[in-house]
Design a protein around this ligand. Sequence first.
Ligand code: ATP
Ligand code: MG
Length: 361
Amino acid sequence: MTDVKKIAVIAGDGIGPEVVAEAEKVLKKAEELYGYSFETEHALFGGIAIDEKGTPLPEETLAICKSADAVLLGAVGGPKWDNNSKELRPETGLLGIRKALGLFSNLRPAVVFDCLKEASTLKPEVLEGTDLMVVRELTGGIYFGEKLRRQGEHGEEAVDTCVYNVTEIERITRQAFEIAQKRRKKLASVDKANVLETSRLWRETVNRIAPDYPDVELEHVLVDNCAMQLLRRPSSFDVIVTENMFGDILSDEAAMLTGSIGMLASASMGDSTDAGSFGLYEPVHGSAPDIAGQGLANPIATILSVALMFRLTFNYAEAADAIEAAVAKVLDEGHRTADIAVDKSKALSTSQMGDLIVAAM
Ligand code: ATP
Ligand code: MG
């Protein structure tokens, strides 16, 4: 049964290498327990690649990713590179790698662990039963539209253009319907169709496709209302599909339901989310320069990203379940890193948390 799976490992900057090291322990444990075989290849990306290779996304890194079955990414960026020119910014590398790998959807599950309800800003009874997935379009919208500065009648003006074509909308919508079919069969399509033309095309396209998925209950939600409902009744959502900027904002909001950004995994996918599909897996959080190098980072987001990789790319559902159950068990036993600890003086280090999760598998 041991076909070798190739994983490109990009540790990146800040806490990236610290949390990725714990995720790699989980990969090793899964090999031991289930007889899998992983071949990991490390590659430079982000700030460290700028320092060592003069570019955030070196050709060889892209080649390693393209020849791999999946990519595991830590985090990139930091104050050191913030004032660089656009080509020499880690974030430019991030946009570049998604494009080059054909990744157009970002899946962010937000699951509330019972024992972490105390770490959330919301009341436990509001959070009860929350288990949702934000599907964010990654390649279009206002982040990629034409931008310009000009002199207008009343002084300097700035313009950002929001563009979506029907193909972009259709592919992400189909993916979201398919994901909903595998979950609780509810899809909320989020737009601002009362004001924006791109949102009207979005809604028309979603409605045109919906009959192909008759088993999924579809609702359209305006983005402002969605922002409110996420805080008021988060458990009413199953899958949320939305365009790039709305998804950026709503997925950070959804993140806070779970207590800490250090708990959230993500997958960036291309043409398919069927088992065997290529994907890039990373924690939702950034490089956290304020705590880097101190062993304080919570590795759970990265470890749960491995579980997503097992589920979506390798179809290793048993091992994915085991990882998620191990995380829940360790948390149930009261173990906490500083970001989720009530009593910070008893907080575990990054590697202590990783070791406990590996042991619980
Ligand atoms: P980026 O621009 O890369 O998103 P950011 O500064 O917006 O970076 P993060 O790097 O995610 O966001 O950090 C936000 C806050 O959350 C910081 O205070 C950081 O220390 C904290 N944080 C982020 N990830 C973790 C983690 N894994 N464990 C503990 N704290 C974390
Ligand atoms: Mg951020």
